[in-house]
Ligand binder design. Structure first.
Ligand code: G3I
Length: 376
């Protein structure tokens, strides 16, 4: 309990006690001592009032967002809002194979380092994303004719080199790794990707073991996927795979629920979401909301309606509430924070407005709803 909340609590208790007294004078409680505002996290000299970050820090929850390297380095408003509102970041693309590894023997860390260095300057934790995936792979890898042993060596070398780089250059900054991303398809079976086809099922365990071997820190190792918050065949397939990892003593610490939603398709109920998170708690694993966004099918004017924005706010707060409620969830991350930089319009024709600030960095109803949720 922070000092601020302790003061509030004591004032509340004293008010309740005084209210019960037989007195015809309504007690006038001293105004709550205003703590000095938290240290400036925006770098603008203006101490923030209640922001998502201030409230999340008070509740001890990691409240983060995906970050694109380019606007971070070129857009002051993007950087300022990021530092003001979030205490955690995930590199959106910079730490994937293709940006990191233009050739087998060359690693280009500059863009990813710019994100991690920013996080270090602003006391933000970093989620390393992602050590093994089927997308954004470089041509030298996908066009190679690798034996199983060669590909295992390439995979293990990648994981060790990337983790070692960050533990040497930015010790303690990366507190979680998305070790394997999206290994399961909608029907619940394994995704046919280069790793699965050449190495077989074992590639997932090999990746986690390589990450465990490489890390000297307490960084937590996660499996990350989409479409698993609402139950169903994919959620069961992920659970079955992860259960097998746990049974085989594979070093896995948690499961990331990406949570890419659309107002068109609804969102899981609180009960279903709680059940899906809860079954991983029974395995002794953490869960995290890792990539939440709520895309909206836009009208001809390209703008969301008030009703859609209200629905979006409901979905954001539902996932936050369920994370706050779940014993094994301490991390809530959106997949971007301003509609000026979102993957959605490029990926989903006619949809957009998925994030909590609009393209002019003005807070949307979802932002206000998240603030209220963290306050209460
Ligand atoms: O950097 C190249 C640029 O050099 C080139 O000119 C341009 C045009 O081809 O492409 C640029 O790369 C794009 C990259 O984003 C950086 O902007 C890729 O084409 C594009 O496919 C890539 O999309 C990303 C997508 O993952 C695929 O990697 C999205 O921005 C990113 O938001 C999205 O994020 C994923 C998570 O990593 C995993 N979970 C799902 C989530 C959404 O797909």
């Amino acid at each position: 309990m922070t000092y601020r909340s302790l003061v509030g609590f004591l004032l509340l208790v004293s008010a309740l006690l005084l209210a019960g007294c037989d007195s015809n004078e309504s007690p006038t409680l001293p105004p709550e001592e205003e703590e000095p505002p938290p240290s400036d996290t925006t770098g603008t000299g203006d101490p923030p009032s209640d922001t998502l970050r201030v409230l999340a820090d008070e509740r001890g929850i990691e409240f983060g967002t995906a970050v694109a390297a380019d606007p971070l380095m070129t857009n002051d408003t993007y950087a300022e809002v990021l530092a003001r509102e979030f205490n955690a970041v995930t590199p959106e693309n910079a730490m994937k194979w293709s940006p990191l590894r233009p050739s087998r023997d060359e690693f280009t860390f500059a863009d990813a380092d710019s994100i991690v260095a920013f996080a270090a300057r602003h006391d933000m934790s970093v989620r390393g994303h992602t050590l093994v995936w089927h997308r954004q792979l470089p041509n030298w890898l996908t066009e190679g004719d690798w034996s199983r042993e060669e590909l295992i060596t390439i995979l293990e070398t990648h994981i060790q080199t990337v983790i070692n780089h960050y533990e040497e250059e930015y010790p303690g900054q990366i507190t979680k790794w998305d070790v394997v991303n999206e290994a399961i398809v909608d029907g619940g079976g394994r995704r046919n990707n280069i790793w699965q086809e050449t190495i077989g099922d074992e590639y997932v365990a090999i990746a986690f073991r390589a990450a465990e071997e490489a890390t000297d820190s307490d960084a937590k190792l996660y499996y990350n996927d989409y479409g698993i918050a609402g139950g169903g065949s994919k959620a069961d397939g992920v659970y079955e795979m992860v259960s097998g990892l746990v049974e085989n003593d594979v070093p896995i610490d948690g499961v990331g629920f990406q949570s890419h939603l659309s107002t068109q398709y609804g969102a899981p109920s609180d009960q279903v979401l709680a059940d899906e998170m809860g079954r991983y708690e029974e395995l002794g694993l953490n869960v995290a909301i890792t990539e939440l966004d709520v895309r909206i099918p836009l009208g001809d004017d390209g703008e969301p309606s008030e009703e859609q924005l209200s629905q979006q706010a409901d979905y954001y707060t539902r996932f936050l509430n369920n994370c706050l409620f779940a014993e094994n969830c301490t991390e809530f991350r959106a997949w971007g924070f301003t509609d000026a930089y979102s993957w959605v319009p490029d990926e989903f024709d006619g949809e957009g407005a998925a994030l909590i600030f609009d393209e002019n960095y003005e807070p949307k109803p979802a932002y206000d709803a998240l603030i209220e949720t963290l306050k209460n």
